[in-house]
Design a protein around this ligand. Structure first.
Ligand code: S3P
Length: 178
């Protein structure tokens, strides 16, 4: 193993395709694929919805921080990060200190179409999920923008998106090659 095998973190809003893209990129890199929500659920023995309901969002954000700090291997992982993981102050810097960070992006209308009727996202279990999505999207846009590399995932074949992500990962890690 060389130091070029640093982790790749995919961040971005719900419904931008982080898990689908991440799984494919991980396979192509020969890395392990991790989804922060699933890792937290496994460690907690309960789904994200239950964590929100029983302990609140603040607790969930603390669990996300714990996962990012020491809940996963330091090398050879592609990590699909829950949409809000990168939002609290210091989280983007934390991910950057551990690997390459890329943000997947899709227009709000695509996100609404993909997520509005899903039931596993506690933030959307409200009377008007569309309005909630628009509010969150507006609040977070600036944070996602700060990640640097933004990859558009709308109206593009999956293999093209994965190829783009791979190319950027290789470029950003080229200087680490031994
Ligand atoms: C959240 C996104 C979800 C999950 C939780 C909160 C958010 O992950 O972590 O429901 O705050 O945007 P996905 O981005 O995988 O849907």
């Amino acid at each position: 193993m060389t130091s070029v095998d640093i982790n790749l973190y995919l961040v971005g809003f719900m419904g931008t395709g982080k898990s689908t893209v991440g799984r494919l990129v991980a396979r192509q890199l020969g890395f392990k694929f991790l989804d922060s929500d699933h890792e937290i659920e496994r460690a907690q023995g309960r789904p994200v919805g239950k964590i929100f309901a029983e302990d609140g969002e603040t607790k969930f954000r603390a669990l996300e921080r714990e996962f990012a700090e020491h809940g996963h291997p330091a090398l050879q992982c592609v990590v699909a990060c829950g949409g809000g993981l990168v939002v609290p102050p210091g989280m983007l810097e934390l991910l950057r200190s551990r690997g390459v960070v890329m943000c997947l992006h899709a227009p709000i209308d695509t996100i609404i179409r993909r997520t509005m009727h899903t039931t596993h996202r506690p933030l959307l279990q409200v009377e008007n999920p569309e309005q909630r999505l628009r509010e969150l999207y507006a609040q977070r846009e600036e944070i996602y923008r700060r990640t640097g590399t933004i990859v558009l995932t709308d109206s593009r074949p999956l293999r093209e998106i994965a190829a783009h992500v791979l190319r950027v990962y290789r470029l950003e890690t080229a200087h680490l090659k031994k």
